[in-house]
Write a protein that binds this ligand. Structure first.
Ligand code: AMP
Ligand code: ZN
Length: 476
């Protein structure tokens, strides 16, 4: 079955064909570390996590890069207000980002390049563009990309070039541009830049990189150095990045290399709250820290996010989060039941139902990563599997085979709540249950009963079921 993905460049769902299989290079625009990333940002990062995990499930060798934007207008302003350097200011948010990523069970990327660690590559890229006549030095000392000189500008965003306006992140006080569409590659250093440590020497003048330049330079540097290529298989980000950010990335990268920059552009839709895009600007953000404080299980949040297709807007509501939590709980319960039914046996014989699950899952995911359909297939399976377990229809070996497939699929979605770390009590009870089983096997029923009494005295009740001994803690 072919994997088909929607490519923003062609506006079509197309068969996915990496440049050099089994390798897939995936670059996702990461956070601007000027504040805690909100759960809207994390919706986009979860989309790229899902994409990466599904590619891996399909056997691809995925090389993932996510940049950290640690120098830009917003950061410089904030660092200036805080009276710290850009480095000091961004360090704590970069660290917080990694913590939040781990909490949400997002697989770490292979690399997290920080813009400030790649200044030399950015300078080299600007020089190349100057050499090729695609950039010029403005009267203010900044270097601009000359949009008019680049053939094919607007291909990604398909905006009528006459309507192209400077993007939201291009400051409007750039008098020195020759054309309103031109954007800054390198901004001449201001006093504030110097104060917060955001200025570097370059042959074309002291200054700092523009935001668009950062991604082009880092993406190219990482894949060139490792694989000798200048074309990414997939570049991902939120829809708000199509224009101008990604359009400009194409112009800078292709302008410099003369090669296609990206084979497949993928964009995730927004997370909304009360019908409005979650954004710091609107003051309606919620962070992963907030979720944690409210006791939201990461599996529930992932479930919520994957219940809507990545190309559709998702409205965050309490009801939706509750439904997702219940769904995740049902998966945990089934997984636990399967574990008891398998009782440590080796896989032996694959039940038909599990083959159906795997087929339906792959079919859904191959259709432009339809996680909602994949989840529907999973929940259909949950109903069937619970019935089979009620009937005692699966042998321990079959249950073990079911687990194998179930876990492989959950490795992609990662929506099963993790059991609490086994605490001392759990470990002790498990050990006592085993001791009791040994006693019973040896025919020493008095010893077995003594163990039952021993744990009962600690408030633990044992119950023997066809799937093994279960235990509950008495209330109070
Ligand atoms: P930023 O930290 O502002 O550079 O954004 C990081 C990523 O989050 C980008 O890919 C944005 O497109 C994405 N993003 C920002 N707001 C939202 C939102 N409300 N929903 C989904 N993605 C978002
Ligand atoms: Zn970017």
């Amino acid at each position: 079955m072919v994997l088909r993905l929607y490519n923003t460049l062609s506006r079509r769902v197309e068969p996915f064909e990496p440049l050099a299989p089994p390798r897939v290079t995936l670059y996702t625009c990461g956070p601007t570390v000027w504040s805690y990333a909100h759960v809207g940002n994390f919706r986009t990062f979860l989309f790229s996590d899902l994409l990466r995990r599904y590619l891996e499930y399909r056997g691809y060798d995925v090389f993932t890069v996510m940049n950290l934007t640690d120098v830009d207008d917003r950061i410089i302003k904030a660092a200036g207000e805080a009276g710290t350097s850009v480095r000091e200011f961004t360090d704590r948010f970069a660290e917080a980002f990694f913590e939040d990523r781990d909490y949400l069970r997002i697989k770490p990327a292979d690399l997290y390049p920080r813009a400030t660690a790649h200044i030399e590559h950015m300078i080299a890229l600007v020089e190349q563009l100057l050499d090729r006549g695609l950039a010029y030095r403005g009267e203010d000392g900044s270097v601009y990309f000359s949009v008019g000189a680049f053939n094919g500008y607007g291909r990604l965003s398909r905006l009528d070039t006459r309507e192209l306006k400077p993007g939201a992140r291009v400051s409007s006080d750039e008098y020195s541009k020759e054309d309103a569409r031109d954007f800054a590659l390198w901004k001449t250093a201001s006093t504030l830049d110097e104060t917060v440590g955001a200025a570097w020497d370059a042959p074309f003048g002291r200054g700092r990189p523009g935001w668009h330049l950062e991604c082009s330079a880092m993406a190219l540097a990482e894949i060139r150095g490792r694989f000798g290529i200048e074309t990414l298989d997939i570049h991902a980000g939120g829809v708000d990045l199509v224009f101008p950010h990604h359009e400009n990335e194409i112009a800078q990268s292709e302008g410099a290399t003369g090669r296609p920059f990206v084979r497949c552009w993928m964009h995730g839709e927004f997370l909304l709250i009360g019908g409005t895009k979650m954004s710091k600007r609107f003051g309606n953000t919620l962070t992963v820290r907030d979720l944690r404080e409210e006791g939201v299980d990461p599996a529930s949040f992932r479930m919520l996010v994957f219940s809507t297709h990545y190309r559709q807007q998702l409205n965050l509501t309490d009801e939706a989060l509750e439904a997702a939590t219940e769904g995740a709980q049902r998966l945990a319960e089934l997984r636990e039941r399967l574990g008891r039914a398998a009782a440590g046996a080796s896989p032996d014989g694959v039940p038909r139902e599990v083959e159906q699950l795997e087929r339906a899952f792959a079919e859904a995911m191959n259709d432009d990563l339809s996680a909602p359909n994949a989840l529907a297939a999973v929940f259909t399976f949950v109903r069937v599997a619970n019935r089979r377990l009620d009937e005692g229809a699966w042998s321990a070996g079959e249950a073990a085979a079911v687990i194998e497939t179930f876990d492989r699929i959950m490795e992609v979605l990662e929506v099963v709540p993790r059991a609490e770390v086994e605490d001392d009590l759990t470990a002790w009870v498990a050990e006592r249950i085993k001791a009791r089983q040994r006693a019973r096997k040896a025919g020493d029923y008095a010893a077995a009963d003594a163990i039952r009494d021993e744990v009962a005295a600690c408030g633990i009740d044992l119950k023997d079921t066809p799937e093994g001994t279960r235990w509950t803690k008495r209330a109070g």
